[in-house]
Design a protein around this ligand. Structure first.
Ligand SMILES: C[C@](O)(CO)[C@H](O)COP(=O)(O)OP(=O)(O)OC[C@H]1O[C@@H](n2ccc(N)nc2=O)[C@H](O)[C@@H]1O
Ligand SMILES: Nc1ncnc2c1ncn2[C@@H]1O[C@H](COP(=O)(O)OP(=O)(O)OP(=O)(O)O)[C@@H](O)[C@H]1O
Length: 297
């Protein structure tokens, strides 16, 4: 028997970052939006734990027990006193190390799939607890839609969204390490007072109204200067998207994927075409959000 779970990528429409905490993490006001680019995780009973992966970036994905899908299966098995004897197959479409929570999606997907395969009867709260143990972005991959993440991003409040937002994503020629980007944020902020991270009222209103122009006026990412400092060529991609008429461009999360908000699906295709022609990125995709989180298919 097999269970397949489909899990979306995310874009951060606001990422406010506080000062480094004693544990090395940063408090965030992290407004997540799930968008329609998906990984699929299929779990099948097997003799031992095995991970395989297919897709454009598959060779960059670790297939050992550090893979977030494997870690999710092992954590759930441990809680329910059983062996994680499963084959986990990841059909990967979310860019790897792109700031779109691809690994987190696979963690949430494997957790939900193993839970269904094993019939553990775990509550939503238990699953969300395991997600938070796997990583700061993993609870949102399970929940999807739109949500405000506080703490290190793992404590979620679901948000109302009044319509679909159309996005263009430009994938870069190489990845960026999330810890390295947070370290660069700390370095750039040395000697400066870092304010407490707070969600923007105007941004939450724009989401609630489904108003793309109002959202474009309020999106922000405190990690963007750090991502640009480590990967200066991203400025060319951001400029190419704006020149193509995108009302706003930003780095997605810790980058290096760049995100461009469009007024509608047709405008998104136009911006995508111009970005492809610009030669400033490796691949261009369009996707709308919000979409549901991890779902058994
Ligand atoms: C940049 C974002 O993608 C925005 O959604 C997330 O904050 C990162 O979430 P993630 O990849 O799930 O991150 P985790 O696996 O929890 O942490 C990886 C590393 O990122 C840094 N990290 C992450 C989250 C956070 N609130 N503060 C941090 O400083 C820490 O160095 C940590 O060791
Ligand atoms: N299932 C997985 N898919 C991709 N990468 C994984 C996976 N499991 C572990 N990793 C490791 O995690 C690193 C980060 O990959 P990932 O695609 O999750 O980055 P990301 O999208 O930038 O994450 P985030 O947006 O949550 O910060 C990879 O370089 C890889 O070594």
């Amino acid at each position: 028997m097999s269970v397949t779970v489909r899990v979306p990528a995310k874009v951060n429409v606001q990422l406010a970052v506080g000062a480094a905490r004693p544990d090395g993490y940063h408090d965030l006001a992290n407004v997540f939006l799930a968008v329609g680019l998906y990984d699929e995780v299929t779990v099948t009973a097997a003799d031992g734990l095995r991970v395989t992966c297919a897709g454009p970036d598959a060779e960059q994905v670790p297939l050992d027990r550090t893979n977030l899908a494997a870690r999710a299966a092992l954590l759930l098995a441990e809680r329910y006193g059983r062996d994680a004897d499963v084959h986990l197959h990841i059909a990967k479409d979310i860019p790897v190390a792109g700031g779109m929570a691809g690994g987190s999606a696979d963690g949430a997907g494997a957790l939900l799939a193993c839970d269904a395969l094993w019939g553990t009867g775990a509550s939503r709260e238990e699953l969300l607890d395991i997600c938070a143990e796997l990583g700061s972005d993993v609870p949102f991959s399970l929940v999807g839609g739109a949500a405000l993440g506080t703490g290190r991003g793992e404590r979620l409040t679901e948000l109302e969204v009044g319509g679909a937002f159309h996005w263009v994503f430009a994938m870069a020629s190489r990845g960026l390490s999330t810890p390295a980007v947070f370290r660069e944020f700390d370095r750039l902020g040395e000697g400066r007072e870092i304010p407490e991270p707070v969600a923007s009222r105007e941004l939450l209103d724009a989401l609630a109204k489904g108003d793309a122009d109002a959202l474009a006026a309020t999106v922000s990412n405190d990690l963007q200067p750090a991502a640009l400092s480590l990967f200066p060529e991203l400025a060319d991609t951001l400029a190419a998207g704006r020149a193509a008429g995108a009302p706003v461009s930003l780095v997605s999360g810790s980058g290096p994927t760049t995100a461009f908000l469009a007024r509608d699906a047709e405008a998104a295709e136009g911006i995508a075409g111009a970005l492809r022609a610009s030669g400033t990125c490796r691949m261009v995709r369009t996707a709308a959000g919000p979409v549901p989180g991890a779902t058994v298919v």
